[in-house]
Design a protein around this ligand. Structure first.
Ligand SMILES: NCc1[nH]cc(CCC(=O)O)c1CC(=O)O
Ligand SMILES: [Zn+2]
Ligand SMILES: [Zn+2]
Length: 370
């Protein structure tokens, strides 16, 4: 038994004993209180423990409980059909080719997996270019995966992440000007074409993560024009902050920028006002779901999104760095992995999210059964 599980085991035993003791003394003090009539000098509202001494009563304290249907599981789909490669910085997560997806997902779907989000990973030499042409290649990994998964799992809700950074030679999330900055107009046109291609292939939801201004409106208009706006969810990564928490993802997807960083289009970590403006903007442009990302470091933004978008579901992405951090700390004996996964996720729900994109999804499918 490891030190941390020994401690947690001892703590549980002590708590159980306390619970039993308090039950015994409760019967006793009830009698004596009745005998001495009401002489409660203390403040009645100071007594809180009674409301959550029972495990069921504890669960009632949360506005919402985590359920399987709240979870979206991220998948990295390689253009090499037989590939199955462990991603070193992202524990238990693999890059998988088309032929590996269905066998991997079948047991998860049987356990109650409801939803996935797809990221394409072009490995083939020469697959990347300045325009991210591979993003909507009809033979490319995402469009093929949408088709395969829709056929294999009719009830699985399929979201396609929409961005160019996995497909561009420079690794940025759009089309660049000569000076290396994003050309917003060209990027939005290209991103909205890619979103349309995923929607046409059968994605239930398209989720642009590129952060170019105006892409939600452009995608919504194209969906309307194509006559499919009524059956495709548009989920905006509205408040996506720049920082170091996407590192493992960029390893997984091979999407690290070849020069510079993303600070001119992803939000600065202190920019709460900017995030609120982006959220309002995307709601007005036709987003059906607002996403905040990363999650645990931005709980105030999740709560802002809930307030600003009262009538929209709010999603939070517990990103690769958050996931890797929890794994690393658990491995170092700082805490128990499962307990921390629940604690982090419950915090995200408490802040206002009802959808959580999480690499812990396969574990939660087991944990939520017990
Ligand atoms: N734009 C692509 C994209 N979509 C989701 C993530 C991050 C997800 C994660 O870290 O788990 C990223 C990486 C990035 O913006 O650099
Ligand atoms: Zn990107
Ligand atoms: Zn176009």
């Amino acid at each position: 038994m490891s030190f941390s599980s020994l401690v947690s085991d001892l703590t549980h035993r002590n708590l159980d004993r306390d619970d039993r003791r308090s039950q015994v003394s409760r019967t006793r003090s009830y009698a004596s209180t009745a005998a001495t009539s009401v002489s409660i000098s203390g403040d009645i509202s100071s007594q809180l423990h009674g409301g959550y001494s029972h495990p069921l009563a504890r669960s009632w304290q949360a506005e919402r409980q985590l359920t399987k249907s709240m979870l979206i599981f991220p998948l990295f789909v390689s253009d090499q059909p037989e590939e199955e490669t462990l991603i070193p910085s992202l524990p238990n997560q693999y890059r998988r080719g088309l032929n590996r997806l269905v066998p991997y997902l079948a047991p998860l779907v049987a356990k109650g997996l409801r939803s996935v989000i797809l990221f394409g990973v072009p490995i083939a030499p020469g697959a990347k270019d300045a325009l991210g042409t591979a993003a909507d290649d009809p033979e490319g990994p995402v469009i093929q995966a949408i088709r395969v998964l829709r056929r294999a799992f009719p009830d699985l809700f399929i979201t396609a992440d929409v961005c160019l950074c996995e497909y561009t030679s420079h690794g940025h999330c759009g089309i660049l000007r000569d000076d290396g900055s994003l050309n917003n107009a060209l990027s939005v046109d290209r991103i909205s074409d890619v979103a349309m291609a995923y929607a046409d292939a059968g994605a239930h939801c398209v989720a642009p993560s590129d952060m170019n201004d105006g892409r939600i409106r452009a995608i919504k208009l194209k969906l309307i024009e194509a006559g499919i706006a009524h059956q495709v969810v548009l989920m905006s990564y509205a408040a996506k902050f720049s920082g170091c928490l996407y590192g493992p993802f960029r390893d997984a997807a091979g999407s690290c920028p070849s020069f510079g960083d993303r600070r001119c289009y992803q939000l600065p970590p202190g920019g709460r006002g900017l995030a609120r403006r982006a959220i309002v903007r995307d709601i007005n442009e036709g987003a059906d779901i607002i996403m905040v990302k990363p999650a645990s470091q931005y709980l105030d933004i999740i709560s802002d999104a809930k307030e600003l978008g009262k009538d929209l579901p709010v999603a939070a992405y517990q990103v690769s760095g958050e996931f890797a951090m929890i794994h690393a700390a658990a491995k170092a004996g700082v805490f128990d992995l499962k307990q921390m996964a629940f604690e982090a996720t419950e915090g995200i729900l408490r802040a206002g999210a009802t959808i959580v994109v999480s690499y812990f999804t396969p574990e939660f499918l087991d944990w939520l059964d017990n």
